[in-house]
Design a protein around this ligand. Sequence first.
Ligand SMILES: Nc1ncnc2c1ncn2[C@@H]1O[C@H](COP(=O)(O)OP(=O)(O)O)[C@@H](O)[C@H]1O
Ligand SMILES: [Mg+2]
Length: 350
Amino acid sequence: MADEELVTERFDAESLVRTAADDVERAAEAALRPRRLDEFVGQRVVRDQLSLVLQAARARGRAPDHVLLSGPPGLGKTTLAMIVAAELGASLRVTSGPAIQHAGDLAAVLSSLEEGEVLFLDEIHRLARPAEELLYVAMEDFRVDVVVGKGAGASAIPLALPPFTVVGATTRAGLLPAPLRDRFGFTGHLDFYATEELERVLVRSAGLLGVPLAGEAAAEIASRSRGTPRIANRLLRRVRDWAEVRGDGTLSLAAAQSALEVYEVDELGLDRLDRAVLSALCTRFGGGPVGLTTLAVAVGEEPETVETVAEPFLVREGLVGRTPRGRVALPAAWEHLELPVPPGPGTLFG
Ligand SMILES: Nc1ncnc2c1ncn2[C@@H]1O[C@H](COP(=O)(O)OP(=O)(O)O)[C@@H](O)[C@H]1O
Ligand SMILES: [Mg+2]
């Protein structure tokens, strides 16, 4: 089996703890998605609130308010959108901001909706302005103006839409214009998961995959998964590969540790680039402050990659600080690299 799989997957070993999913991964994820709200692990607040919204709508026999889900990639927005439709017993139509090039594309989708359908609009913050305006009206008045003809002779024919529910997802709620945000009756914000919640995600996934996962291994994988179910499931698959090819098929603690060493995911969930940035900052620049461009050159990456790919998690973990004069290493960075924390300005902001 897996020789071929292992080889192709080794190429993206570097991206094991990144949050974007490619097509192969999306297929693997589909098999692991919770289908109902009570299978969805963690996010208690959002789950409770959503459960009320859905139950009330069901009891009234009406489409619920439009739902906006925001939060970082890999935390369960798409999963929840599918759950909304499943809990309502409604069918789901899926599209995304970037997939809609023109307002007309959206008008076509909207005018083909059937009563009670759920329209999932992923990356809704990337919708083009004209489409956005069309969406306001559709969400509020259940109407779409179909433009007929061109130029001076063009006219808009209003078309009534049956009641439906938009579920919008965004990683950047701040980028949504207020009028669009206001049209959502319910907004749920997803936060990073606690390690214990990720353990439950892993146990559930291992059950579905039919692989024997030891409790200690689940804890180990969970603690390296950056609070993100997508990463947890991905690391689980890599540990399974290791256990099948080099171990006895059991996902033990030792198997998890060995596998994650091969894939260069450390105890905190840092990968090679993250560690390169940290170690350049601490050893070459004495803890900073150092400018982003200089730091990027030191690790042989584009500044943008360092800033958008490595830095957010390093900042979130309290390893790196951003100051007006550049990036600084915080005490936890030295500790993580097992270097003595220097006294003095290197570890201070400013
Ligand atoms: N709360 C959860 N419980 C169990 N699995 C989850 C949960 N949230 C996300 N996942 C899993 O993580 C993967 C990524 O979730 P997804 O909904 O695609 O994230 P997003 O759309 O926010 O990027 C999916 O395989 C999904 O099954
Ligand atoms: Mg998604």
